[in-house]
Design a protein around this ligand. Structure first.
Ligand code: NAI
Length: 418
């Protein structure tokens, strides 16, 4: 029989509990779902395999699912994003089996994925589609009710599977909910990416030229925040509409070949591969900082950087300097993995409150309706998305207006003009 959990050190439990409780204060929507789940037990006996960043916010999601009656197991969705104290607290204080150790190697990462699937889950909960991919690789005849997916890169992978007709069960794209990507990707990644860069380097943002590759939901969040801190922001894009948005939002837009010459800090958030490559490293100024906040560590061509380098040295936690053969130095943060999780604590709880409310309610929805769904990628039902927005506003003490009957009629009609 395999291990019932695998974490770094159970004696970290106390610190973990404290931090989980701190995050909980800023997660009133998830708390209210947890309260209802405890009363109604909508997930009673449902086995859930979750592959998410093992953070304080995730711990509160796990508590909500367990309160609903789910039998949940958790592994990490990135080898460097696990908070070991949180993993210990989940196992020891909250009774959730966790398989995750910060810094685990590739082999352990995948064996942990398999452990999270060890109780034959009916529902999978992914951040990057690794669990779904693992299940599809194995093809051992399991019947899965459905899955949920947290991030843009995972949704792209799943849509490609659905299009090719190989997706074996329905998946709800949590990322596409308005109450997820408009806030989590934008404000969460926007703030925490800079947080990771600042914590690891203590660099001054003001006055530096920061190059942001990708002006999607995450990229525009990072760009706005970097500008707010006094940086000269340049945007690199491949999509004409997004590039135009960046221009009209007041940013300089240039191809990476040009931006490479002037940038002091480079941040990739594209979900794409080899966005910054060998020819770009060679053009860069001495001492530039490179960070990635996209899902996988493939956006900066690290093997290419290694080939160009004559030596490397670790300067601080999460900071490795590459000395190129041309004598210039390039600094890479967090091994090119998501810098906000590798070098900081990930998104603030206040924004994960909405993302994880979507996860919890999507799990409930799959339990009730999964059998009727096709093998496709589904959006989060509009009613869930809107309910979360209303709940969040309420917890923030913000009220809004309602349409009058006259306004409803007007907005639904075409006859009325001036
Ligand atoms: P998005 O699809 O809204 O934006 C990506 C942008 O990158 C698009 O505008 C696209 O045109 C652009 N792009 C693609 N290839 C490019 C290239 N070679 N050069 C320049 N631009 C390029 O996606 P979103 O939601 O902004 O997510 C981006 C990545 O961040 C994904 O991998 C996603 O999974 C990840 N993510 C990371 C989070 C974190 O905590 N660090 C949180 C949420 C998402």
């Amino acid at each position: 029989m395999g291990k019932t959990y695998d974490v770094k050190n159970l004696s970290l439990v106390k610190a973990g509990v404290k931090r989980i409780e701190w995050a909980r204060r800023a997660m009133p929507v998830v708390r209210s779902i947890e309260d209802r789940f405890r009363r109604e037990r909508p997930l009673k006996g449902v086995r859930i395999g979750a592959c998410l960043h093992v953070t304080t916010e995730t711990a509160n999601l796990m508590r909500a699912l367990a309160a609903g009656g789910a039998d949940v197991r958790l592994c990490a969705s990135n080898p460097l994003s696990t908070q070991d104290d949180v993993a210990a607290a989940l196992v020891k204080e909250f009774g959730v089996p966790v398989f995750a150790i910060r810094g685990e190697d590739r082999k352990t990462y995948y064996s942990h994925l398999r452990s999270a699937l060890g109780h034959n889950p009916q529902i999978t909960m992914d951040d990057g589609a690794d669990l779904v991919s693992e299940l599809h690789r194995r093809d051992d005849g399991r019947v899965i009710l459905g899955g949920t997916e947290e991030t843009t890169t995972g949704v792209i992978r799943l849509r490609s599977m659905a299009q090719k007709g190989v997706l074996k069960f329905p998946v709800i794209s949590v990322n596409d909910a308005d109450t997820k990507h408009l806030f989590d990707n934008r404000y969460g990644t926007g703030q925490s990416t800079l947080d990771g860069i600042i914590r690891s380097t203590n660099t001054l943002i003001a006055g530096q030229t920061i190059v942001i590759c990708g002006y999607g939901w995450c990229g525009r969040g990072v760009a706005e925040r970097a500008r707010g801190m006094g940086a000269h922001v340049m945007v690199v894009e491949v999509d004409a509409v997004r590039a135009l948005q960046a221009v009209m939002d007041g940013f300089r837009v240039a191809p990476i070949g040009k931006a490479a010459l002037v940038g002091d800090v480079f941040i990739t958030v594209t979900g794409d591969i080899n966005v910054i490559r060998r020819e770009h490293f060679l053009k860069m100024k001495d001492g530039v900082i490179l960070a990635n906040s996209g899902h996988f560590n493939v956006e900066i061509d690290i093997p290419g950087l290694e080939k160009l380098s004559r030596s490397t040295q670790t300067l601080r936690d999460n900071v490795v300097e590459y000395v190129l053969r041309n004598g210039k130095r390039v600094v890479l943060l967090g091994e090119g993995r998501l810098v906000n999780l590798a070098a900081a604590e990930g998104h603030p709880a206040m924004v994960m409150d909405m993302s994880f409310a979507n996860q919890a309610l999507s799990a409930e929805y799959l339990t009730q309706h999964g059998r009727r769904l096709k093998r496709q990628v589904y959006p989060v039902p509009k009613e869930i998305d809107e309910a979360i927005a209303r709940l969040k506003l309420k917890t923030m003490g913000v009220s809004i207006d309602r349409l009058t009957p006259e306004q409803k009629t007007y907005l639904a009609s075409w006859e009325m003009g001036t």
